[in-house]
Write a protein that binds this ligand. Structure first.
Ligand code: KG4
Length: 345
């Protein structure tokens, strides 16, 4: 069975992993740069590149301390090459290239969004083709149709911000800190439990949400995302009602985001009947969202596959999971040049 060494550095997580057969994670040390970026309320690209530069060597040493690998013992090296912060990607690419030369192994460039979806393989699932992929992270929000490795069609993307970005910026506007997703989730949960409000779409129609429905009048078939209007609504509300309860704002803000995601997912599933849905990306750490997706899957009767939580956020094991799809067929991925582009072609 193949043995892969994988590198991830598209944004603010530095990861290296040793993975067998694209499924079995032997070791996957990961360094999260969240602490470095927290004072700025978001990822600072140049700081991200510098932190990757500092962290790859110790992470790789951690692997080599426990697994004494010699040249010829690695079947391939995998690395994220797009999309992402270009400086950060270049650091990962150069590190992976050096490892590939040392181990005398081929280098497979991986598309970051395909890697997020391939993360399901790390928990024993086959990569389903003719499937939908819902990807929600700090930098991307989209629904894809998966046909084959690298053959991935866009069903709908965001016009502006990503879902995670909306949560991060919303939390920043509320003075909560960074990253915003988990902070908003916690505050929203507190509000709903203290006030006996059960989150859910029915509840929102009964009780007046302080924020408008996102893209309320979009055509029935539209699967486009948009989060920047909601962010503006939050800023305006905050300016008008400076004393308003942050937990209450968090609750209604999160509810509108989830409602929008569920509405688009519903539309995509109905237009692609019978296809399973992979849901991945850091925002899937949100338990209210996972619940809402599970409810939708039950209602519309489709298979919902969510990677293990630790593989939902950026990590290197998922990079090997995707690269293996190419290695199995002895195809070196078409994504060999570092790029900020999202496109699959
Ligand atoms: O996939 P990811 O690690 O990659 C990017 O850096 O894009 O996703 C990070 C995003 C952040 O925007 C963060 O706020 C969000 O995932 N996130 C969450 C939760 N945990 C992380 N969003 C909602 N609820 C959470 N519990």
């Amino acid at each position: 069975m193949s043995l892969a060494l994988a590198f991830e550095s598209s944004c603010d997580e530095t990861g290296v992993a040793l993975v067998r057969g694209g499924r079995e994670v032997l070791i996957a040390p990961l360094y999260s740069q969240v602490g470095e970026h927290r004072p700025y309320g978001g990822v600072v690209p140049e700081y991200a590149s510098r932190a990757h530069l500092e962290k790859f060597t110790p992470l790789l040493s951690e692997i080599l301390r426990t697994h004494r690998l010699r040249p010829g013992e690695i079947d391939y090296v995998a690395v994220t090459v797009r999309p992402g912060l270009v400086g950060a990607l270049l650091v990962g690419y150069q590190s992976a290239l050096a490892a590939a030369r040392y181990f005398k192994a081929p280098l497979i460039g991986v598309h970051h969004l395909e890697a997020h979806l391939a993360a399901v393989r790390l928990s024993g699932h086959e990569m389903p083709y003719h499937a939908l992929g819902l990807l929600l992270s700090g930098g991307n929000s989209a629904i894809y149709r998966l046909r084959a490795p690298g053959v991935i069609e866009v069903v709908g993307v965001t016009r502006d911000d990503a879902a995670g970005e909306a949560l991060d910026k919303g939390a920043q506007a509320l003075g909560m800190g960074y990253p915003g997703g988990p902070l908003i989730e916690k505050a929203a949960y507190l509000f709903s439990s203290q006030n006996g409000i059960k989150p859910g779409e029915e509840e929102l129609t009964r009780r007046q949400n302080i924020f408008p429905v996102i893209m309320k009048d979009s055509p029935q078939q539209s699967v486009e995302f948009s989060f920047s209007g909601l962010k503006t609504a939050l800023l305006t509300y905050r300016q008008k009602f400076a004393e308003a309860d942050v937990a209450e704002i968090s609750f209604f803000y999160q509810e509108r985001i989830i409602e929008h995601i569920i509405r688009n997912t519903r539309r995509a599933v109905l237009a692609n009947k019978g296809m399973p849905l992979i849901a991945a990306g850091g925002v899937l750490a949100n338990s209210r969202l996972r619940q809402a997706l599970a409810k939708l899957a039950e209602e519309l009767n489709f298979a919902l596959i969510i990677p293990e939580l630790k593989y939902c956020t950026d990590n290197a094991a998922m990079v090997a999971a995707a690269a293996e799809l190419y290695f199995e067929k002895q195809i070196l991925s078409p994504f060999n040049a570092v790029s900020s582009e999202h496109g699959f072609a």
